[in-house]
Ligand binder design. Structure first.
Ligand SMILES: [Zn+2]
Length: 497
């Protein structure tokens, strides 16, 4: 992640992300936790104001060590070094940033006031090194096009052995006077050019096509493959994007495929090698039941995405389900942020939304103690016992208050695909009572004005899942009270039993 560091009289005063080039995010406190960034410049002769530009990164070995530890202690695993570095810099709590193994390279300067720098880029880099900045040892000065291409080739060969991921090299004109003369095209300098390496590809064998259930219930296929080295990284999984993509590629179990890793994004399957397909390999098809919860897997007409219809009962979806359930326009539970929901789910306090109504103050405090221990933060419960207790008291009270609700809010809170607030209101008005909902047939939902086929189908799928029904039953058993129950609309009457 590109950042700028500002030094005044040799002291680090502010650091920001590059942002849109004009306005970045102030991440000074987090940058102070990176040991290799000098807080004070060494030596002397620096300008009164000096802006240093560079890259915060996570070395591959540090990234792997961090994830190993995270797995061991049940912490969050980072997706890749780039996201790891960017996410770490954006942590709200600098103490969390400090736990991440971040490194830094300086590669240029921004504004300079009250002093002069060497007249070349290489001279400036040497000066930055003297002042205490880490500068890549790979930066060098070459001549002519042959020099550039030779450098590109050399780095390309060394690429897999570098301690960090790169996607190319950058050529800069060394002479600042020449840089000024060349100038800019709109905002891009004419004196600096990025030369990317081609995406890295390898061949391997697909052991099986698996699916992953996302937090919104979207089901995405991916390939489990025999381990293969792609650009210095061992790869065993590659994304297949969606069911249509699998069909287009026609990936089957046992197929030999070409896998590509571009930059540091998740590797993808590019194509199948048709003449190496094993005999008897069958085309892949989307499973009919969710691999996590067993609910039906459905797809909207014309949509690319398949979804698990067990929104309330599917463990893969529970964080999202609880987050939506507790939101202001749903059950309106104040003080239950997403991070708390994640921790409650991680430590087994929440299997589904109905478990909210079993939480006590002690559970919440225990969850917080465990989350603090896992994340390595100074336990707030120890530092400010009263604050934490008050938070837990307030939250339990807010959950209790949410028990009294309306049918429209309750229906909306269930998080049924396509059922927004106004649809929930219409359903509540027409049906009047929860017991007239399931197991009504789908056409009945369509009798409600403004409810189209897709919405009716979605409600039907949702209510048809036994898992969802059980959660609704538990919510009522644990004291959720719908206060505005009334008789159904007479136009429905003849169809209701
Ligand atoms: Zn599911």
């Amino acid at each position: 992640m590109a950042i700028s560091l500002r030094y005044e009289a040799g002291v680090f005063v502010q650091g920001a992300t590059r942002g849109d080039g004009a306005t970045g995010e102030d991440v000074t406190a987090n940058l102070r936790t990176i040991a290799v960034i000098p807080q004070r410049l060494q030596g002397g002769g620096w300008p009164a104001v000096l802006e240093v530009r560079g890259e915060v990164y996570m070395a591959r070995a540090d990234f792997e060590r961090y994830n190993e530890q995270a797995r061991l202690h049940g912490g969050k695993v980072l997706a890749n070094p780039r996201n790891g570095a960017a996410g770490s810099l954006r942590q709200i709590d600098p103490k969390l940033t400090a736990l991440r193994p971040l490194s830094f390279y300086a590669y240029g300067i921004g504004s300079v006031e009250g002093g002069a720098l060497p007249q070349t880029h290489s001279g400036t880099l040497a000066r930055l090194r003297e002042w205490g900045f880490p500068v890549s040892e790979l930066a060098t000065v070459v001549h002519d096009v042959e020099g550039l291409l030779g450098y590109y080739k050399g780095i390309g060969e060394a690429r897999d052995g570098l301690p960090f991921d790169i996607d190319g090299v950058v050529y800069k004109l060394d002479d600042y006077a020449g840089q000024r003369e060349m100038g800019f095209v709109s905002r891009a300098p004419r004196w600096a050019i990025a030369h990317k390496f081609p995406a890295q590809e390898q061949t391997t064998v697909v052991e099986s096509v698996e699916v992953n259930v996302g937090r919104t219930g979207a089901i995405t296929p991916w390939a489990l493959m025999q381990p293969v080295q792609v650009g210095g990284v061992t790869v065993t999984r590659a994304t297949l994007h969606n069911a249509d993509h699998v069909a287009r590629l026609d990936v089957r179990n046992g197929d030999t495929v070409i896998v590509r890793r571009a930059g540091d994004v998740i590797p993808e399957v590019v194509q199948v090698v048709p003449d190496r397909r094993p005999a008897g390999a069958l085309p892949w098809s989307m499973p009919t039941a969710c691999p996590v919860c067993g609910s039906e897997v459905v797809r909207e007409e014309g949509a690319a995405v398949w979804r698990c219809s067990g929104g309330l009962s599917c463990p893969a979806q529970r964080v999202q389900a609880v987050f939506h359930f507790a939101s202001r326009r749903a059950m309106d539970i104040d003080g239950l942020g997403e991070r708390y929901i994640e921790s409650l789910a991680d430590f087994g306090y929440l299997q589904d939304v109905s478990d909210l109504y079993r939480l006590g103050v002690e559970d919440l405090l225990e969850m917080k103690r465990r989350a603090d221990a896992r994340d390595g933060t100074t336990p707030e419960t120890v530092r400010a016992g009263k604050v934490a207790t008050k938070w837990a008291d307030n939250l339990v009270e807010a959950i209790d208050r949410s028990r009294d609700t309306t049918l429209a809010r309750f229906l909306y809170a269930l998080g049924i695909e396509h059922v927004g607030e106004s649809t929930a209101k219409a359903l509540a008005q027409w049906f009047g009572d929860l017991r007239y909902g399931p197991p009504s047939s789908w056409p009945l939902f369509r009798r409600v004005p403004d409810i189209g086929g897709e919405v009716a189908r979605s409600i039907g799928h949702f209510l048809d899942q036994p898992g969802n029904q059980q959660v609704i039953d538990r919510l009522l058993a644990r004291g959720v009270r719908i206060g505005d129950t009334h008789a159904p609309n007479p136009k429905l009457g003849e169809h209701l039993t």
